[in-house]
Design a protein around this ligand. Structure first.
Ligand code: SF4
Length: 218
């Protein structure tokens, strides 16, 4: 079966399995999603949601993040890890939004990439989930692992895996696709012990241990 046909069938099956798949970072505005995405680097979404529950009550707009000394913000986000760098990114982003974008979140990839700490993944998360703009495909650790196992990409970097996915995934599915991969990666195609015998897309997967006799790598 051609790869593009296979990926379409996989997407269809996963949409049926995870009809409510969506961004798991809690937010009520594009700005909150941007901050949550910056905090999610090297941290679980669950931990970010615990921290942002208080954070978003204290800081409502970009200016609020500029009114406090870095030490105070560092304390507020400490448990998400890498809190010094994240504080610099958040305050740099808040400053750029205020000074260059009139306090609004830009809606193009080029503008978003100008914000400190915003790489393609952050920009794709915000554009796709806050504005439904399909500029690219989010590649995180789950998307990367499943893309390798399912034979969508052999590349190592997120940027190159994304380019492979852009060529394979129908554009209308660019936003939902990573959510489907993430849901399936958390529930079934886990990093250490993938549950191939329970996997509803097993018949489409070249790495299934039912076929290879080996536990798939990541
Ligand atoms: S068959 Fe196994 S390796 Fe392939 S997607 Fe399913 S759980 Fe992952």
């Amino acid at each position: 079966m051609e790869l593009k046909d296979r990926i379409r069938k996989i997407i269809r099956a996963l949409k049926r399995a995870y009809p409510n798949a969506k961004c798991s970072l809690n937010h009520s505005s594009p700005f909150e999603l941007l901050i949550a995405t910056i905090l999610s680097a090297q941290c679980t979404d669950e931990r970010v949601n615990i921290v942002t529950a208080d954070l978003f009550r204290k800081y409502r707009q970009p200016e609020d993040y500029l009114k406090v000394p870095p030490r105070e913000l560092e304390k507020d986000i400490r448990t998400t890890g890498f809190f010094r760098n994240k504080t610099k990114s958040i305050q740099g982003t808040a400053r750029a939004l205020t000074e260059d974008f009139g306090g609004k979140i830009p809606q193009t990839m080029d503008d978003l990439l100008e914000l400190p700490g915003a790489a393609r993944k952050t920009a794709n998360v915000v554009l796709g989930n806050a504005f439904d703009i399909k500029a690219g495909v989010v590649v995180d650790t789950h998307v990367s692992r499943l893309s390798h196992r399912l034979g969508f990409s052999t590349e190592k970097t997120a940027e190159k895996i994304e380019q492979d996915l852009i060529g394979l995934v129908p554009r209308k599915d660019w936003v939902i696709f990573p959510h489907l991969m993430i849901y399936h990666g958390r529930k079934v195609c886990k990093a250490r012990n993938p549950l191939c015998s329970e996997c509803l897309i097993e018949k489409f997967c070249p790495s299934s241990f039912l076929k290879t006799g080996e536990v798939p790598g990541s």
